[in-house]
Design a protein around this ligand. Structure first.
Ligand SMILES: [Zn+2]
Ligand SMILES: [Zn+2]
Length: 179
């Protein structure tokens, strides 16, 4: 099946049109994409997921419910439950342990609050685009390394991918899109 190319023209949002732009963006079906890490030294290979597929609304609810039920700690739970119009980064990203180099592909999980807390009730889901224009950060989530327990950082474009197994530099290539 052909994946098709979705072309979106996003006008620079003015203050007045912010809300409409966000609603427009909500209607755009989006897809996640994946990349593959490969290490030439030890042969380690793994797929990395980014963003989210078309099941984003379901994923968003699942992730936010998990935070509200305390799965990610009491501070996250309290912030999510008590902040009016709470929103969460429910997209996939790659996190690397700053201490031992372990990798974790996980949701972003940072919590956001609406800029205008009188205008927005809590929504079924909030797209990353809407978070960007109508929200500000309320509480960052610090991903904890599953191996050593230390803090992880987000792997950014341009960072050198270090193999989590042999600690040599590997390479990351585009793999595809997913939904
Ligand atoms: Zn390796
Ligand atoms: Zn670690």
């Amino acid at each position: 099946m052909n994946a098709g190319i979705i072309s979106i023209v996003i006008r620079q949002p003015t203050h007045k049109s912010k809300r409409n732009e966000a609603l427009l963006q909500d209607r755009v079906k989006k897809m996640g994409y994946s990349k593959e890490f490969h290490c030439d030294h030890c042969g380690y290979k793994r797929m990395i997921l980014y963003e989210s597929g078309m099941s984003f609304p379901q994923t968003y609810q699942k992730v936010l419910s998990a935070v509200k039920s305390g799965e990610y700690g009491d501070e996250m739970k309290n912030t999510a439950v008590t902040t009016k119009g709470i929103a969460i980064d429910a997209e996939w990203d790659l996190f690397i342990c700053s201490n031992c180099g372990t990798w974790k592909n996980d949701y972003g999980l940072t919590l956001y609050e609406p800029d205008d807390d009188t205008a927005y009730a809590e929504k079924d889901y909030v797209t990353p685009y809407e978070i960007q224009i109508n929200y500000h950060m309320k509480k960052p989530y610090f991903h904890k390394c599953p191996t050593c327990g230390k803090r992880m950082h987000r792997f950014k474009q341009g960072d050198q991918p270090i193999c989590p197994i042999c600690h040599q530099v590997g390479h990351i290539d585009p793999l595809g899109i997913w939904d």
